[in-house]
Ligand binder design. Structure first.
Ligand code: PAF
Length: 277
């Protein structure tokens, strides 16, 4: 496995890799969710490139960029073990050169859900992902379903800007008790960790109600809200039952739906989702 930092090094190492080329962008502090995307990329592509870059532009003013967990030696070992060909660790100066002023702003799709709670977040995500795509030039790029709105935003951007690549979405990876894998889980206290699977239980309860015939968006939102509120350590920020493409809240489900939620446990904010189709 080769590790590079500069754009020039990336370009020459990338040019030597046989295609099709799969790309997994990450912010590091890798877990089994990231590795499952690498494994998917390895199944579908001849070469796999991973980037590790903690993107300052996607953190809000109240979100602590410096506290974001980092462990590059451990990440590199995991990627080596997973059989990655090339790892790119760009510097902030490469991604945001002095005087930087070119941003990618998607409109409606970034307004609800995570975008509503984290203004500017998807502007940072879309901009950095577009720059990573430009630099790496992948045939397929891999993202986890856990960040459902991020997937929708990136798919929209790829269509709108005619990026010549395919977005592949890997399923959410979970602990045995249902908690979705996330770099943020490490911030949970023991009691919060024990409480956190309530997100998945709430999603499953709504899925069961849907399977039993419930089609009301409000009823499913209320069901998830009350399931989470049974857990005293959980504080709901939002629960949603939204259209799969527009992400607008649904009154009635006619053509599938995205169930999603953001819930605080102390200072730690967890998200999770499930698709009804
Ligand atoms: O999902 C992430 O880890 C990040 O949002 C991404 C896609 C690597 C962009 O910084």
């Amino acid at each position: 496995m080769k590790t590079v930092t500069t754009l020039a090094e990336l370009r020459s190492a990338r040019a030597a890799l046989p295609g099709p080329l799969g790309f997994v962008p990450t912010m590091g502090y890798l877990h089994a969710g990231h590795i499952s995307l690498v494994e998917l990329a390895k199944q579908q592509c001849k070469s796999v490139v991973v980037s590790i870059f903690v993107n300052p532009a996607q953190f809000g003013p109240n979100e602590d960029l410096s506290a974001y967990p980092r462990d590059i030696p451990r990440d590199l070992q995991m990627l080596q073990d997973a059989g990655v060909d090339l790892v790119w660790l760009p510097t902030p100066e490469t991604m945001y050169p002095p005087g930087f002023q070119t941003w990618i702003d998607l409109e409606e799709i970034t307004q609800p859900l995570e975008g509503g709670m984290r203004p500017g977040h998807f502007r940072g995500v879309a901009t950095v992902v577009a720059k990573l795509f430009n630099a790496v030039g992948p045939d397929k790029a891999y993202f986890g379903q856990k960040d459902a709105q991020q997937v929708a935003v990136i798919k929209r951007m790829v269509l709108d800007l005619n990026f010549p690549l395919e977005i592949i979405v890997g399923p959410t990876q979970r602990e045995a008790d249902g908690l979705a894998l996330s770099s943020r889980n490490k911030y949970l206290s023991e009691a919060e960790r024990a409480a956190a699977p309530v997100l998945h239980r709430a999603l499953l309860a709504a899925q069961a109600a849907y399977a039993a015939g419930e089609r009301g968006g409000a009823a499913l939102r209320a069901l998830m809200q009350s399931a989470i509120e049974h857990e005293p350590l959980a504080r709901v920020q939002y629960v949603s039952c939204a259209d799969l493409l527009t992400l607008h809240e649904l009154d009635t489900i006619t053509n599938g739906a995205l169930l999603s939620m953001a819930v605080y446990f102390g200072k730690t904010r967890l998200i999770d989702n499930l698709i009804l189709d």
